[in-house]
Design a protein. Structure first.
Ligand code: ST9
Length: 400
């Protein structure tokens, strides 16, 4: 028990003191970013309908193929990267028939491919960070491919040579908000553990969802691609050489009520089934402003959202268009998101890391200290729930 001392003050318990010292100085920040894509197969979007119907032996479904062509033209995507290729599809004919069990074969393939892709992205982030991988204290791994334990987080820790004491968390099936959720969690871990350095890794392979085109999967098949992103997150004090790219000032998670049925994923004997409701872009457009007001609080720049820089998950072209409209954004405000959508498609949870990487590249090109560049920004990611992860960002001037 702790007793009052002579002058009436209550001494702090040793455990309390330790816990108080555990808090970091200032908000967490992203310190380095890395991305990677599989090198096996790159499909230009204007060729995608022909390729996918040929590869899945469904060329006879002419109406469906025409619809796929119409959708592909409207996606704002130019190309996508995939781990699967004609050979691996040919070797696993059960992938093309949802009535046949194929989960085991898919799990076998992602078991090595997902951690390897995450390793490529993480190695780049660690190299940019400049400190040894053994200085990483926490790992948060997000993916929709995890169906095993121990899982990809342990495999990645081993591949990177992290310490056995690294504190691991795996986030599964968070879909497109997985990257936002992992960054939000990393912020809380870094701010509440003095000296913590958190590796966020997101790796997504469509292999677990992939199937022959049918009436229910056309939109997903036209939009999604494979990729991995990694971010090192830490809070002050910063060591020499560490430089905050984006401070993570505040964050919220919002679930749009009664939308559970609109967007979802489910593990089945035939892999991971997914459902993307036609209302998704409208629902996100209707709810995004309130969500931002809640995240910014009294600092919300309600009069003009153009005062901010933007890192928005490009879930689909229509989602970006609706956000542009409701927030009255000037052309170019979502340029980093549209660039990533164009070059890679929707890589689910990993996509937001690509957007952040592109954003910092563009800001650097424009001259990091350019006073015309907004200092404050917003990050948004959406996924099943419908869940919206939002974060207020600050890009510190280079000389700070
Ligand atoms: C080797 C290759 C391997 C490939 C593998 C690929 C595997 C897939 C893997 C999937 C992974 C799934 C992960 C799921 C994760 C959760 C997703 C998220 O969290 S978050 C975010 C998820 N992202 C989204 O939710 C996508 C947001 N949507 C969009 O951005 C746009 O709607 C658009 C770009 C798709 C079309 O542009 P838009 O201006 O709307 O153009 P139009 O109005 O002209 O429509 C064209 C045609 O499309 C129709 N149609 C439209 N929507 C739907 C639908 N949902 N439903 C059905 N149909 C739909 C529409 O009726 C029309 O048909 P028709 O009259 O011609 O017959």
């Amino acid at each position: 028990m702790t007793k009052a001392n002579g002058n009436g003050a209550v001494p702090v318990r040793e455990s309390q003191r330790r816990s108080m010292q555990q808090h970091a100085e200032g908000p967490a920040a992203m310190l380095a970013i890395g991305t990677a894509n599989p090198t096996g197969l790159v499909i230009p979007q204007d060729q995608f309908a022909d390729d996918i119907f040929r590869m899945t032996k469904t060329d006879h479904l002419t109406q469906l193929k025409e619809k796929m062509k119409r959708i592909c033209q409207k996606t704002g995507i130019e190309k996508r990267y995939f781990h699967v290729n004609e050979e691996s599809i040919g070797a696993n004919p059960e992938f093309l028939d949802r009535k046949l069990p194929s989960l085991d074969a898919r799990i076998d393939m992602v078991a090595t491919a997902v951690p390897k892709l995450a390793q490529s992205a993480a190695t780049k982030a660690i190299a940019e960070w400049g400190r040894p991988a053994t200085d990483i204290t926490h790992l948060v791994f997000s993916t929709y491919s995890a169906c095993q334990a121990p899982s990809f987080d342990l495999q990645l820790a081993t591949l990177l040579g992290l310490r056995p004491t690294v504190s691991r968390t795996i986030l599964s099936l968070n879909g497109c908000y997985g990257g936002g959720r992992a960054l939000h969690l990393a912020k809380q871990l870094a701010e509440n553990n003095h000296g913590a350095r958190v590796l966020v890794a997101c790796a997504e392979l469509t292999l677990v969802c992939f199937g022959a085109p049918d009436g229910s999967n056309l939109i997903g098949t036209a939009l999604f691609g494979d990729g991995a992103g990694a971010v090192i997150v830490g809070a002050g004090p910063f060591s020499e050489g560490e430089r905050p790219l984006f401070e993570m000032v505040s964050a919220t998670q919002t679930t749009i009520p009664r939308t559970e049925h609109v967007l979802g994923m489910q593990v089945s004997r035939a892999g991971v089934d997914f459902h993307l409701g036609i209302q998704v872009p409208t629902l996100i457009g209707q709810n995004v402003k309130q969500c931002l007001i809640d995240t910014f609080g009294t600092d919300a720049p309600c009069s003009d959202w153009n005062d901010l820089f933007w890192a928005v998950h490009p879930g689909g072209r229509q989602i970006l268009d609706n956000i542009d409209t409701v927030l009255k954004l000037e052309p170019g405000k979502l340029a980093s998101s549209r660039h990533v959508l164009r070059e890679y498609g929707n890589m689910s949870g990993a996509t937001i890391v690509f957007v952040l990487d592109e954003l910092r590249r563009r800001r650097k090109e424009a001259g990091g200290d350019n006073p015309l560049l907004p200092e404050w920004g917003a990050m948004l990611a959406f996924g099943p729930g419908i869940t919206i992860e939002a974060m207020v960002l600050r890009a510190p001037p280079l000389h700070e």
